[in-house]
Design a binder for this molecule. Sequence first.
Ligand code: DX5
Ligand code: ZN
Length: 219
Amino acid sequence: MEYYVSASVLSADMLHLEQEIRKMENSGIDMLHFDVMDGIFVNNISYGLPILESVNKCTDMFLDVHLMITDPLKYVKRFADCGADNITFHIESESDVMETIKAIKECGVKASVSIKPATPAEAVFEYLPYVDMVLVMTVEPGFGGQSFIYDTLDKISSIRSKANELGLSVDIEVDGGINAETSPLVRRSGANVLVSGSYLFKAEDMSDAANKLKEGSGD
Ligand code: DX5
Ligand code: ZN
């Protein structure tokens, strides 16, 4: 299986974002994870379209956009226009899931669905044939730096089993509390795209930290 590290810029130094992006580029990071929060779907407000547009102008990195907003359908086109390469939205949002997947695909970008820790794995089964990736939240969405919720491991396994059963090579992304200790567990359960914020940005050597997230994953 191919493994990817998606670095969450929520943990970056916003005042020196360009330098932080160069650091990611030079550390073997595969994707830039861009968390969008509206203060309604989650109890936090982050950043949005103008920042994504500027980030897109400054790098060729794959832009992995994670929408934690109430009505993603309303905004997918604008996020795609601002440079998103993948758009992930929550099935717990108010938008129609199939309609939103379709709208994202019409923009020519990858479409992914996400579930919060309390949402069962089965909730995404019907969408597996239509999405590029499923994001299993391994913390409650809203904030970086939280502790990994171990109960989510079984959900990753059941989504991977279901995808295999259907003959689908869908990516499974995990987000929240991913570090050197939790990464082997999520990989063993079937996740192959690892989002990490505080662990990567607090590391003395970001390349080393990124390697650790993928360590042993060649087998
Ligand atoms: C949380 C965000 C995450 C967050 C992860 O709602 O979706 O992407 O930045 O941060 P860490 O790796 O610090 O848990
Ligand atoms: Zn995220």
